[in-house]
Design a binder for this molecule. Sequence first.
Ligand code: NDP
Ligand code: 2IT
Length: 449
Amino acid sequence: MTDILKLIKDKDPGEKEFHQAVEEVLESVQPVLDRNPQYRKEAVLERIVEPERIIIFRVPWMDDQGQVQVNRGFRIQMNSTIGPYKGGLRFHPSVNLSILKFLAFEQVFKNALTTLAMGGGKGGSDFDPKGKSDNEVMRFCQSFMVELFRHIGPNTDVPAGDIGVGAREIGYLFGMYKKLHNEFTGVLTGKSLGWGGSLIRPEATGYGSVYFAAEMLATQNETLEGKTCLVSGSGNVSQYTVEKIIELGGKVVTLSDSSGYIYDEEGIDADKLTFVKRLKNIKRGRIREYIDKYSEAVYTEADTSLDHNPLWNHKADCAFPSATENEINEKDSMNLMKNGVKLVCEGANMPSVPEAINIFLDNKILYAPGKASNAGGVAVSGLEMAQNSMRLSWPAEEVDQRLKMIMKNIHQTCLDAATEYGKPGNYMAGANIAGFTKVVNAMLDQGLV
Ligand code: NDP
Ligand code: 2IT
């Protein structure tokens, strides 16, 4: 196992997020490797850490001032053993190969856990949609697709949204794909409802995360009713996490963006959430504007000189990190424990550093790794693909019901795999073992390709 880590570190030094994601999975699956020596003999680790294909391309576009801008576009086609590459596109200035490789690697196991036929991929650009006009975003998306279109397709690779890519961007990307291919097909998910999107896809990641949390609580005969919850971020995942927590009787007291966070001791109710949705999705404003409307809340500016994020330092029962990777460091995890948090459910991908995860596990709290708890988004993307191939659309209740079942099954799969390998209650070990086993067994079935 250490030899594989050394291999990827020597080959691609500096890809620290990718190394972090691989190390976690390798540690978890060690007992599987011990029990199944043929995996090492067939070099499944060497194969699974190497993307099947990486596409890197120039994205030139013109801004509103008539100035040419150039960004870098990426698509990591990580693993297609159990289905077409599937995973989101992220538009954020921090995007680089390491971040996209870690996301693509996680996606392989997450998608396997959903039980739907989807391989793993991820892509995006260092383009920053913040502060750009709709026309600039459109021109960027069109230029991005002018290259990407030749590498994707409904049976090859099906991108979707992630940070900075929502319904607006998916619309522009789809329009250009359709024009270039002269074909109306389900090549992207997260489409709007009027032209092939699925009901509940916008809600799916947040709802799914809360369904997973409810399943974890149920193992202790508990519910979310009356629980105080910390939620980070204020984008797609966070908004629908808050919506479902409210519906299940919990109280959410925080939301954030990269500039800072709000703490609303009275709780963010349905009306306040409607305000946040409008603020973030239509006005494209900052979370600080929440206190202009709700003066009972407190806004704290992000301060990178601190050794912790004060958002995680409030009395609460549950935490739903739903913004970005490594947003909970070791100190934050200690603060969460000190403040009585008994459940951490990851809506974001890899939001907890390894030291923080160890603290959650040592304290025996309910800890859900993102690849299990945020799988609801890609699961409903899979259902969107199914509806597109049948050229029909299911009612919201049906999609929601299927989402609930899928999250319930993932929860059980994690518990069963963890127990089978002597780590009862360890959802991280269970998710990694179950996802890994499914993919590597399929790889072995398909021979050396
Ligand atoms: P959005 O773009 O809708 O929202 C992202 C939120 O996180 C914003 O509030 C943003 O603040 C904040 N954020 C982003 N980057 C940073 C950063 N470097 N530091 C602090 N805050 C940051 O994205 P999503 O809600 O879709 O995604 C959130 C997380 O969930 C990501 O980890 C994503 O990979 C994961 N995820 C998303 C799924 C989906 O279906 N959308 C599915 C599964 C996981 P600001 O506006 O200031 O940038
Ligand atoms: O991280 C993720 O699972 C996503 N961004 C959603 C991917 C998808 O294809 O819906």
